[in-house]
Write a protein that binds this ligand. Structure first.
Ligand code: N01
Length: 563
């Protein structure tokens, strides 16, 4: 057993105010807020420490693609000021160190039970409490249940025939061995060409004797342009961090980047080319901010897609490989990847690319795999095959609401939530960055903080009124889902087979899961609920709530002192 909670006794018949599932950045901040409200909480976590995504994704090259000065908590000025990032985009080990630092600083671990998986959660309608069971024999109750399981946490390991008999190690990027893996002198097969593959392949290729990449769909990647943290830049932001954060919240994805409000079609082709060059030099996800209509207008999108394909052709020397690596779908439709030397890696003599779009991987052998009847032998196989996104981790828990309805059944044709915060029929059950909220389309840190603050504020209002339950009205939920779909359909992002629509895994319903309307618009909707005393929700029959208390997320984008 690992170091934390390895031998603890099960907890039974203990009543908490709130049960939280997960101790990534969402669960950690939720716990901190609950303590500030004087509420008792138990957090369950499968891993043996905090960190969530950044605990599991330890593959070589893993790092954040949102600037570290923005991908960090804003709730504590002391924390903000004392922590220093060493690079513009922090690496996974540094982000995990940050998570651990937060856990130490706020003494979070004492309320977290590690190495414990929540197996079932059932709403008991007789006393309006959630009964939660774990794989360690715990059976506890909570007035509220909060899921902070993360959006990209259920690893997707495709069930290739013969996999179970394969004798070489099979690694998944999202479940990387803690002791690391030494690729020196090894023959490595990599399946997948999403963000995880694009970050890890150049690093793996540095040490490996041979690398074969199996690509089903090529992805667009933009250079990260990572660099050591500029101390002047850091000092400048820290001198006025609150304003910097507040400004970021006015942007669609809740982070700051250079954004051009013009249409790509307003510029002549040579001007446009120069403009793209300028953005390419800056690099990073902000490349998508080169024009305002890149995801709205096909012609504009074609122009940026062709620019990037031109870049791929200019880097990759073998024209056939360059062609294979060049996507022909909408630029930015799948999650844009950022890279450090990805395309260049395919110029190395020991790196090969195999197209499995038409002829999929047939089966695994004891020492490798077979594609189009050709056998490939490896010393290790890396599956960079992604996640059952947005709903995968919740699907693994049997969550039962009113009248015996399970969440999995309710969401069989796609997740149904109001504001990504709650689902009708599941009273007092909240999801942090759930489907139907900006979540993966936004900077995850402010998205988490806004959800947690909204939920915490809701708890205080309900308590003040002596209300026992809250859940969305079916009519609000239906209207919200209609709106989520409507804005998704306006965007070119809904046109391709991405994990945003569940298309990366056979059999999943095809529904655009995150809310694409932008963080500011979403914040307005959440604030409207707070200001109307939750008009879109049913609260304990007809309990009247007192007028709103001071709410931390105002429409003026200021983060005032939490209630
Ligand atoms: O996963 P993915 P990921 N046979 O789903 C392929 C975040 N993230 O872990 O595209 C062959 O993007 C699959 O092919 P296809 C970020 O939000 C962020 O890379 O489905 N191939 C695809 O190429 C990201 O988007 C960072 O046709 C198979 C790949 O596996 C999200 O996490 C870093 C296959 C999976 O790509 C997920 O990224 C890393 C099969 N049977 C991740 N099944 C940052 O930079 C799947 N594939 C912050």
């Amino acid at each position: 057993m690992n170091r934390r909670d390895g031998n603890r006794q099960p907890e039974t018949d203990t009543a908490f105010d709130v049960i939280v599932i997960g101790s990534g950045f969402g669960g950690m901040y939720m716990l901190h807020r609950l303590r500030s409200l004087g509420m008792s909480a138990r957090v369950y976590e499968v891993a043996d420490d905090v960190g969530g995504t950044w605990y599991w994704n330890r593959y070589p090259g893993a790092r954040c693609d949102i600037e570290s000065m923005q991908y960090s908590y804003s709730f504590s000025e002391g924390l903000e000021q004392e922590w220093s990032w060493s690079e513009k985009y922090a690496s996974q080990p540094e982000i995990l160190d940050y998570a651990r630092h937060v856990a130490d600083r706020f003494d979070l671990r004492r309320d977290i039970r590690f190495q414990t998986r929540v197996t079932t959660a059932s709403f008991d309608e007789r006393d309006d409490r959630w009964v939660v069971e774990t794989d360690r024999g715990d059976r506890v109750t909570g007035r509220y249940l909060v899921s902070a399981v993360g959006c990209l946490s259920a690893a997707n390991l495709p069930a290739f025939a013969g996999m179970q008999d394969c004798q070489v190690p099979i690694l998944h990027t999202g479940r990387w061995p803690h002791e690391g893996f030494d690729f020196t002198g090894l023959r490595v097969g990599v399946i997948g060409t999403g963000s995880s593959a694009i970050q890890s392949i150049p690093v793996i290729a540095r040490d490996a004797e041979a690398v074969v990449v199996f690509q089903r769909t090529p992805n667009y990647a933009v250079p990260a342009r990572n660099a050591p943290m500029n101390p002047d830049y850091e000092r400048g932001i820290k001198a006025n961090y609150a304003d910097f954060r507040a400004l970021a919240r006015t942007r669609m994805p809740a982070f700051l980047f250079q954004y051009d409000k013009r249409s790509a079609l307003e510029l002549s082709p040579p001007e446009r080319e120069r403009h793209y060059e300028d953005y390419w030099r800056r690099g990073g996800l902000g490349f998508l901010g080169a024009f305002s209509d890149l995801l709205l207008n096909q012609e504009s999108n074609d122009s940026i897609a062709e620019f990037v394909r031109g870049k791929i052709r200019s880097v990759v020397k073998d024209p056939e490989v360059a062609q294979l690596l060049s996507p022909d779908n909408v630029f930015g439709c799948k999650r844009l990847c950022v890279d450090s030397g990805y395309y260049d890696t395919f110029n190395l003599p020991h790196v090969d690319l195999v197209d499995v779009s038409e002829t999929p991987i047939q089966y695994f052998t004891e020492t490798g795999l077979v594609v189009a009847d050709q056998r490939y032998d490896f010393d290790v196989i890396v599956c960079a095959t992604g996640f059952a996104a947005m709903t995968g981790s919740l699907d693994r828990i049997r969550i039962t609401g009113r009248k015996g309805m399970t969440l999995k059944d309710k969401w069989r044709s796609g997740p149904r939530t109001y504001l990504g915060l709650m689902s009708a029929g599941f009273p007092n059950f909240f999801t942090v960055t759930g489907p139907g909220s900006p979540s993966v389309l936004a900077n995850m840190m402010p998205a988490i903080e806004q959800h947690v603050d909204w939920i915490a504020h809701c708890f205080t209002r309900l308590d003040d009124a002596g209300a026992r339950t809250i859940e969305p009205l079916a009519v609000s939920e239906n209207a919200w889902i209609g709106h989520v779909n409507e804005v998704a359909n306006e965007s070119l992002r809904s046109t391709c087979s991405s994990w945003y629509v569940g298309a990366n895994i056979p059999g999943r319903p095809r529904v655009f899961m995150p809310y694409i309307g932008g963080f500011p618009a979403y914040l307005d909707r959440c604030n409207a609920e707070t200001e109307t005393s939750y008009a879109g929700f049913a609260i304990d029959g007809d309990t009247a709530l007192a007028p709103p208390r001071v709410y931390p997320w105002t429409t003026r984008w200021n983060l005032a002192t939490p209630t």
